[in-house]
Design a protein around this ligand. Sequence first.
Ligand SMILES: [Zn+2]
Ligand SMILES: [Zn+2]
Length: 310
Amino acid sequence: MPRPSNASLDIRWRHSDPCPCGSLRLYCDCCLASDGLPRCKLASLNPPGAHSGYAHPQCYMGGTENCGQTLSREHYISRAILDLLEGKSLSGVPWLAPGENQQLETASLTSRILCERHNNALSPLDSAALRTFTQMQAAFAYATQRSLHKHPRFFLIDGDAFEKWSVKTALGLYHARIAAEPRGRIKDLYRLDADAARSLLADGPLPAPLGIYAHMEKPGPVKNGRIAFAPLVSEPLARFCAMSAHLVGASFHILFDRSITPEDHFDTGGYRPWAIDYVGVQRTARIIVSWTENRLRHKIVSYHFTKAST
Ligand SMILES: [Zn+2]
Ligand SMILES: [Zn+2]
């Protein structure tokens, strides 16, 4: 079966196309940057208005002293994303130490760990993550469905926003004391540098070498097409340092702790890819990953699917 040539995989969005990020706006009014490349924009994650000077004792963003008076009652992973997880795809697994997964019921993922002010300020991350998952589902479906239409199709996701959403989810799992491995709760066994993690939710991208490392090989145990997350811990350092994400056919680690040397644990060739290709039997879906800073355009991670999805 002939593979699509690279030339046929160049971006060909027109200014008047619907934006490939899934926002329902026109490309030229949304993610088209002045240099002609796509770049998603993330709203500010700081609470609006004057600094409140108040630290709510139960809000994990309390260290910023910019809390509101009331705690949020919402799920700390948005309801829409929980629905995508098919109920049981968030697990607690120790890193580099195979063990039994403890499955988490998504219904239990509500916890009063953010004030309303911070919950609202961080909500653009959930919207961006939901768009990312939806786009990746669409790309996977395109690559794996049988069709007479053989042309490649292009999708766009926001890499910076997904990294920050992963940090937010890690903070939520940790502070809600739910994330667990067989020996106990992650919060009781491992340290999370909460100040450092919180600072990553401020404006601007996560500094290198933090961020996404894509697995270059085909993703492992999670069934293709599923979305699943797990916390990753370093046993020797006794730290909760990264998240593992299986996203509809692709597989990532998201590092948020600077005490970890990425070369020791991750496939650094997959660091912050410019594009993710889903190569099906008949056609390819290319997912362009938007980054605030320019990335090398040849840095592409490919996943090959030999069977059509059912
Ligand atoms: Zn857009
Ligand atoms: Zn707060």
